[in-house]
Design a protein around this ligand. Structure first.
Ligand SMILES: Nc1ncnc2c1ncn2[C@@H]1O[C@H](COP(=O)(O)OP(=O)(O)O)[C@@H](O)[C@H]1O
Ligand SMILES: [Mg+2]
Length: 571
């Protein structure tokens, strides 16, 4: 939280505090003036003095109001400006994240940090300037001015102070952590709820509703319990303080009444002291409010810091080396996901030359997607190196590397927009003719042509309005329209029927004739046509060679082909 306060503009911050002092100072001074008016004006029947004093009071009241307005305006401005800056900073930071950092946070967490956490911090900063400073001023100022009017009347207040300090301490020590805990439980509830919604089909498919519901119910119960505990503390102490301050007011009236009867006390002073008791009570109320939102702000500030302070795992080299994509080599590459027990890839070596196609075969979870994602440096290898044209990918400027590589992820990732906007992402400025040609090559032209709006047909988020095979074809089109040297396809043909698969492979061969192609393939037909096949088995390279070579000497490959052949016959 402190580091957040350091970001505030100093001049405006000081102005906000100055205006706050003006507001509270004037508000405190008013009862004091009123005491004078009553005692010296009304009691003495001095109308001139009443007018004069009344005028002064009006002026002071106006000043207090001005102070309040300016304080609120500036505090609001500071807070919203801070929110805006934080959001921009988080956004810029997140854009520079690599997949390692995305995996660490997850998209929805990043969204929460950028929205509700920032709002929370914003609120705390605003409240801080409006209220937190206010209550001590009311407390100390009220006591001092009462003392000045009549020391005897200040005694009940002095007696109240230890109780208030005690209550504030108890609230801070016991209730505040509970509110902090409530915040994290609420986060967890949100997470479970989100998982429940997004994964609802999977959850149903595995009949896991009961388990998930139980998790949600436990967390919800925890949350409710904590909220009740926190509420109990508050509902004991807040009325207690109100009671104590009311008792103090009663004591003031009693002391005042006694001494007035004795003839040495002024009615005005008693009235002023009563006003102060009301102000002190209000100050205390505001203080507890701020104390309660403070932990939430702290949690949020910490979470924002977490994002902003994340060191980027990928850094551009200071002196980038130029790269020509004449070959792609893996040299003794090993890689583990952060926190994983076993490496996803161990000691992988191979080279693919210009104009060649490398197929990667293997079972689910054997590391095919991981291998592919290392090439555009979504992750960095832990040992060994990946070289393009002899240059380590880590010594290239990330932007240059991304220009060299065109990649289709396993999960077809279409963006909301139109067919055209999705394709233009890969090649801005491409004309209709080029777009149709590429759709033709990806066997996607036919079904796009049937849509009434053609190239401008809408695409929903994730391509939800297309079938799996159509999505894959659009993704292939988007990958091949980009002018790159290396093309990576992660299982991009799995949802295509055999005829389409063969047709797409044919056009890819033509189109990417002098490029480097690496594709994850599930089907024997695809691997058989590749120049070279890398067989992965639990992250280890279990074979490298042509279809015929591998059939002869790789039992793992034979097994894959056998199961594929079986599938092909069945299909
Ligand atoms: N983002 C990730 N974080 C942690 N582990 C992962 C991640 N992605 C994949 N893995 C693990 O790495 C291994 C290889 O996965 P993957 O490369 O996706 O296999 P394939 O594409 O061959 O099915 C699996 O054991 C998988 O659980
Ligand atoms: Mg995969």
């Amino acid at each position: 939280m402190f580091s957040i306060f350091k970001r505030l503009p100093p001049v405006q911050t000081i102005l906000a505090i100055v205006f706050l002092f003006l507001q509270t100072g004037c508000a405190l001074y008013l009862p004091y003036l009123m005491a004078g008016m009553v005692d010296q004006g009304i009691m003495a029947g001095d109308f001139g003095f009443i007018w004069k004093q009344g005028g002064t009071m009006l002026g002071i009241a106006a000043l207090s109001l001005t102070g309040a307005l300016l304080n609120m305006y500036i505090a609001g401005r500071i807070a919203f400006r801070l929110g805006k800056e934080l959001r921009e900073e988080i956004f810029t930071k997140v854009l520079s994240f690599s997949k390692t950092e995305y995996d660490r946070f997850g998209t929805s967490v990043l969204i929460t940090r950028n929205t509700s956490d920032v709002t929370q911090v914003q609120t705390v900063v605003e409240m801080f300037f409006k209220f937190l400073i206010l209550s001590p001023i009311y407390l100390i100022g009220g006591i001092c001015l009462t003392w000045k009017l009549n020391p005897a009347l200040a005694l009940p207040f002095a007696a109240v102070v230890p109780f208030m300090a005690l209550a504030a301490a108890v609230i801070y020590r016991f209730a505040v952590p509970l509110y902090g805990k409530m915040q994290s439980l609420l986060d967890r509830l949100n997470l479970l709820f989100r998982e429940g919604i997004t994964g609802v089909r999977v959850i149903r498919a595995f009949a896991r509703e009961e388990v998930d519901y139980e998790k949600y119910r436990t967390t919800n119960r925890d949350y409710t319990g904590t909220a009740i505990a926190a509420g109990t503390i508050m509902s004991v102490f807040v009325p207690l303080i109100t009671l104590i301050i009311s008792l103090a007011a009663l004591a003031i009236v009693w002391i005042g009444g006694n001494s007035t009867a004795g003839g040495n006390m002024d009615v005005g002073a008693i009235m002023a002291a009563l006003s102060y008791s009301a102000q002190i009570l209000m100050g205390f109320g505001l203080l507890t409010n701020v104390l309660l939102i403070l932990p939430r702000g702290q949690v949020s500030a910490r979470r924002i810091r977490e994002v902003l302070d994340t060191p980027l795992s990928l850094q551009d080299p200071l002196q980038p080396e130029p790269a020509g994509a004449v070959s792609l080599s893996f040299i003794g590459v090993s890689f583990s996901y952060p926190g994983a027990a076993k490496p996803a890839l161990s000691d992988i070596s191979f080279t693919v030359g210009k104009g060649q196609t490398l197929a990667i075969a293997g079972g689910t979870g054997d590391g095919k997607s991981t291998l592919l994602s290392l090439i555009p440096r979504f992750y960095d290898v832990q040992s060994g190196s990946i070289r393009i044209g002899g240059t380590d990918v880590r010594s290239m400027v990330q932007n240059d590397l991304r220009k060299l590589v065109s990649y289709t992820p396993q999960k077809s990732a279409l963006l909301a927009g139109t067919v055209r906007s999705n394709l233009l992402l890969a090649k801005p400025g491409a004309g209709d003719e080029e777009l149709w040609a590429v759709l033709e090559d990806a066997c996607a032209a036919e079904f796009i042509r049937e849509l009434p709006e053609g190239l401008d047909s809408p695409v929903e988020k994730g391509g939800a309005n297309f079938s799996g095979g159509q999505r894959q074809r659009l993704c292939i089109a988007r990958t091949i329209i980009k002018e790159a040297d290396i093309y990576l396809f992660d299982d991009s043909f799995s949802a295509l029927d055999f005829k389409t698969d063969a047709a797409v492979r044919g056009s890819l061969k033509r189109r990417l004739e002098d490029k480097i192609v690496v594709l994850v393939a599930q089907r024997a037909g695809t691997t058989a046509n590749a120049d070279c096949i890398a067989v992965l088995d639990k992250g280890v390279l279990a074979g490298l060679g042509t279809h015929n070579e591998l059939l002869k000497n790789s039992p793992v490959y034979r097994e894959i082909i056998r199961s594929q052949g079986y599938e092909e016959e069945a299909a």
